[in-house]
Design a protein around this ligand. Structure first.
Ligand SMILES: Nc1nc2c(ncn2[C@@H]2O[C@H](COP(=O)(O)OP(=O)(O)OP(=O)(O)O)[C@@H](O)[C@H]2O)c(=O)[nH]1
Ligand SMILES: [Mg+2]
Length: 377
């Protein structure tokens, strides 16, 4: 947005052709303002010398600037989930009392509001009832520990870290709906694999948005990683499958360990785009017969129950092997992790990583017990 040429001209003209009268008026105005400012500073109470200055010890400063551990960050990130769930559970269990049907019913409502989903909630309550019977629990205060135990047990099957050692290059195809954090997660993953001594190559397979290419190249530069991207000067949109195919061949030639292939965001209802992503997968298989070795679906924790629907639709189209759950920082919907288990009670897809911030280090392998600890007070 710029100033229109005519308006700009008038502005200069008016500045230049002001009368002496106008100039004097302006000088007086400025002088009045200055007097007001100096008066307000001289009139200020002189109590600054009498108050004791804040003393901050160097230890406190060091504590303040110390990089936070991932566990503390996870705890901080899940504050809203914890406040939502924890406060209600404390209200329910804290005062003690009998374990009766009314209590189970209230617990059911609390779990559902934390986006745990119907299936997972039913499963959790069943497990809790079993524990109460087996351990002979009688008081409500004992239920919190029991619920934590049930949750850890439920989430444990999600905890299956990604093993990339079986293939070289190991090809990871990233997919998901728009804006969930695919490209950001690729940047974080590049750093993660590099820290394990692995070489990484990025494939800019999101040829839909012009900015996507630049975004990935920026990540590549920051991490000192090669990015295979379509030529910026080409008008016609490049075929994402072809870009990723070239990237895999480049990785083979260079002896790279990991290929991270970005793709454009798409809604599961956009059938032509779902067909396109299936084609991307097929073409990857032409570069290396058993590739992609991981089809990673990125989910935004803020979408709550919708994330479960996305897992189902992408799994049907692509056979998803792993998940990344992003933006757990600042959401009250952390219970969605349990909802995913509820959808796949026997064999849930592996939750490989969780994202708890926009920084390059804000991605870590999922741990069920750390997660549940961070969810509760
Ligand atoms: N707070 C927070 N923000 C995140 C996290 N992961 C990604 N983001 C932000 O989410 C926004 C979208 O991220 P992208 O990586 O561009 O998402 P995308 O899925 O590649 O988007 P499209 O390519 O447009 O579909 C950016 O502002 C990221 O910084 C996270 O774990 N926490
Ligand atoms: Mg992207």
């Amino acid at each position: 947005m710029g100033i229109e040429p005519t308006r700009m001209f008038n502005f200069f003209k008016s500045k230049k052709n002001r009368t002496e009268e106008e100039k004097t008026a302006e000088r007086e105005e400025i002088a009045a303002d200055t007097a007001l400012i100096s008066r307000s500073t001289t009139d200020a109470p002189k109590d600054t010398a009498e108050t004791t200055p804040d003393i901050i010890t160097s230890e406190e400063i060091r504590e303040e600037v110390k990089p936070m551990s991932f566990a503390s960050k996870l705890r901080l990130g899940l504050t809203r989930t914890r406040q939502n769930l924890g406060r209600q559970l404390s209200g329910l269990f804290g005062g003690g009392g009998k374990i009766d049907e009314e209590l189970y019913e209230e617990l059911e409502t609390i779990l559902l509001t934390a986006d745990t989903g119907v299936n997972a909630t039913t499963q959790l309550l069943e497990d809790l009832r079993k524990q109460v019977k087996k351990k002979g629990l009688t008081d409500a205060t004992e239920l919190k520990a029991a619920l934590k135990e049930s949750l850890v047990e439920m989430l444990k099957p999600l905890e299956r870290p990604l093993d990339t050692t079986a293939n070289n290059p190991f090809v990871i195809m990233i997919t998901g709906v728009n804006g969930v954090g695919k490209t950001t997660s690729i940047g974080k993953l590049a750093k993660y694999f590099q820290s394990q001594g692995k070489s990484v190559l990025l494939a800019a397979g999101d040829t839909f948005r012009a900015a996507a290419r630049e975004q990935l190249i920026a990540w590549g530069e920051r991490n000192n990683v090669t990015v295979i991207a379509p030529d910026a000067g080409v008008d016609k949109k490049s075929d994402p499958a072809a870009v990723i195919f070239d990237a895999i061949n480049a990785a083979k030639a260079r002896g790279i360990d990991i290929v991270l292939a970005d793709t454009a965001g798409r809604l599961t209802t956009q059938l032509h785009l779902m067909e396109e992503i299936k084609k991307v997968k097929r073409v990857i298989g032409k570069a290396i017969p058993d590739a992609p070795h991981e089809v990673m679906l990125v989910l935004d924790a803020n979408t709550g129950q919708n994330a479960v629907t996305q897992v189902k639709a992408f799994d049907e189209a692509l056979n998803v092997t792993g998940l990344i759950l992003t933006k757990l920082d600042g959401t009250a919907k952390g219970g969605v992790v349990a909802a995913i288990c509820g959808q796949y009670p026997h064999n849930p897809p592996a939750l490989r990583f969780i994202g708890i911030g926009e920084g390059v280090d804000d991605l870590r392998p999922f741990s069920a017990s750390d997660f549940v600890d961070a969810m509760f007070d």
